[in-house]
Design a binder for this molecule. Structure first.
Ligand SMILES: C[S@@+](CC[C@H](N)C(=O)[O-])C[C@H]1O[C@@H](n2cnc3c(N)ncnc32)[C@H](O)[C@@H]1O
Length: 200
């Protein structure tokens, strides 16, 4: 990648280094996205990825997936070079990649509620307040039984226990939480288990 590449383009370079932290994280995320697609009922599977980067996780999950043809949806990414890269990776799939601000509801218009939502590489880059607001907004973006796949580093002041509690409070059931000892990363999978409210 040339020196003119943006920070968020260069951030992806480590994906190409076998054994790197990002390459290992990618394997975990890709497996969970593929499983989330497989778990959905027959018919179209709507997928949304926030701050999608180069879409490597989604492309990896679709590669050879028996339900590849069912998957439709949208990846939202701000960096135009990453958008171009993701479009190339996902060409021929049912997914579109748009250049836009993933922090606005308009970015997902027509694609919500979704079956599978990716929030990867986001919670390590925004404030605690914004993580909590995002988690509490997720039920409104999800079909019943939809899965959210998310990541967050576990460095000093590990916030992942708190984020997992916020998911529970928002009505999600934890399907998986990967926290490999040798990696300072947490990969969470949460499934929407409860409607927004139930009359008492
Ligand atoms: C840490 S990377 C994660 C990329 C991808 N989700 C992954 O895990 O491989 C964060 C990405 O968010 C993008 N980004 C930052 N702010 C954004 C925003 N407001 N809306 C959409 N994308 C944004 C950056 O350009 C960058 O590609």
């Amino acid at each position: 990648m040339g020196s003119a590449a943006s920070h968020w383009v260069r951030w992806h370079d480590d994906y190409d280094q076998p054994g790197s932290f990002l390459a290992q994280r990618l394997r975990l995320v890709t497996g969970h996205v593929a499983a989330a697609i497989a778990a959905r009922p027959a018919g179209p599977v709507r997928l949304v990825s926030m701050c999608a980067g180069q879409g490597r996780d989604v492309a990896g999950a679709l590669d050879g997936h028996p339900r590849r043809g069912d998957v439709v949806g949208r990846l939202v990414e701000l960096d135009p070079a990453n958008v171009a890269d993701a479009r190339e990776r996902l060409a021929g799939s049912g997914l579109e990649v748009v250049e836009g601000d993933a922090g606005t509801a308009a970015a997902y218009a027509g694609f919500l509620p979704a079956d599978v939502l990716l929030v990867c590489g986001v919670f390590g880059n925004v404030s605690e307040r914004d993580i909590r607001r995002t988690v509490s907004a997720l039920p409104g973006m999800c079909l019943p039984g939809a899965r959210v796949i998310w990541t967050r580093h576990r460095r000093s002041g590990d916030l992942t226990p708190t984020i997992r509690a916020w998911f529970a409070e928002a009505g999600f059931r934890e399907v998986a939480f990967d926290a490999p000892e040798h990696m300072e990363i947490g990969v969470g999978v949460h499934e929407l288990a409860e409607p927004l409210f139930t009359f008492v």
